[in-house]
Design a protein. Structure first.
Length: 275
């Protein structure tokens, strides 16, 4: 599977495969649906639940709940202590990511619409899921000419303007861990594949507060992006504008993109911390 083939639902398909059972012994409903029932049992507010409580709340057979819950412990979705189950730290991290994305979208919306009206090109809001940049909002150009990066899609951070604008403000240890192998994955013939060249590019991003993608993620399309920070100065996202390389004037809109990111950052800093 290539980076372009990745979709967020792939992980859940793997979970379902892990817990699949012969159809003759299965209760009605998919295994994935049963896993969701078990997770949903924790929405009532209790931090930990016993096997009998899970069985009562899911209306599944006790043997089924025990088998699935035990498997969910093995794969890190649940934790078990003294015979009782609770959501794992991994699940809380996922929930935190969803909260960040929803809050960021709500805060950013008026700024993105103003940027879209000014540039008349496709505007993106991205969050980070190292080593990927995730599209969480997209306002398409009026003529429909835009790269095929849709809400929920992910791209390697080193290949996009949005990704590089966020990557520049991550710790050196994180950059070293994920982007120190050569060659880095190439999305086009113009993608930066050298860690040394990437380091130089990120240094320039920190100097100017904007990042560029000149047909590095999609042939024929270029973009400019600027990072968004929370009240603790942690990078939490990026705003970018993209369009056909033949017409978009990246340098002429770079300041507008940067000021948009600054506006979102100021608004985010007045809200409850997003991270």
């Amino acid at each position: 599977m290539t980076l372009l083939d990745f979709h967020p639902t792939d992980d859940f398909a793997e979970i379902e495969a892990l817990y699949s059972e012969p159809a003759a012994n299965a209760e009605s409903g998919s295994v994935l649906a049963k896993v969701r029932l078990i997770l949903g049992a924790f929405l009532s507010g209790e931090t930990d639940l016993g096997l009998s409580e899970l069985t009562q709340r899911t209306q599944l057979k006790k043997a089924t709940v025990f088998r699935l819950a035990s498997g969910m412990v093995e794969t890190g979705l649940l934790e078990k202590s003294n015979g009782r189950f609770r959501l794992s730290l991994f699940m809380f991290e996922l929930g935190s990511k969803v909260r960040v994305q929803k809050s960021l979208r709500a805060i950013s919306n008026p700024f993105l619409r103003a940027l879209h009206a000014t540039t008349r090109e496709t505007v993106y809001l991205s969050s980070l899921r190292v080593p990927m940049a995730v599209c969480v909002e997209r306002l398409a150009a009026e003529d429909g000419q835009a790269a095929r990066w849709m809400i929920g899609d992910q791209m390697p951070m080193h290949s996009t303007a949005a990704g590089k604008s966020m990557l520049a403000y991550l710790s050196p240890d994180v950059i070293e861990q994920h982007f120190n192998r050569s060659p880095l994955p190439a999305m086009t013939k113009r993608t930066i594949t050298s860690p040394e060249m990437l380091t130089s590019s990120l240094r320039e991003v920190r100097r100017t507060r904007v990042a560029y993608d000149r047909e590095e993620s999609w042939p024929g399309y270029s973009s400019v992006a600027a990072p968004i920070f929370d009240s603790r100065n942690n990078v939490i996202g990026a705003v970018s504008v993209a369009g056909p390389s033949s017409r978009i004037k990246l340098e002429s809109i770079a300041n507008t993109v940067m000021h948009t990111a600054v506006g979102i950052t100021r608004r985010a800093s007045t809200q409850v911390d997003l991270c």
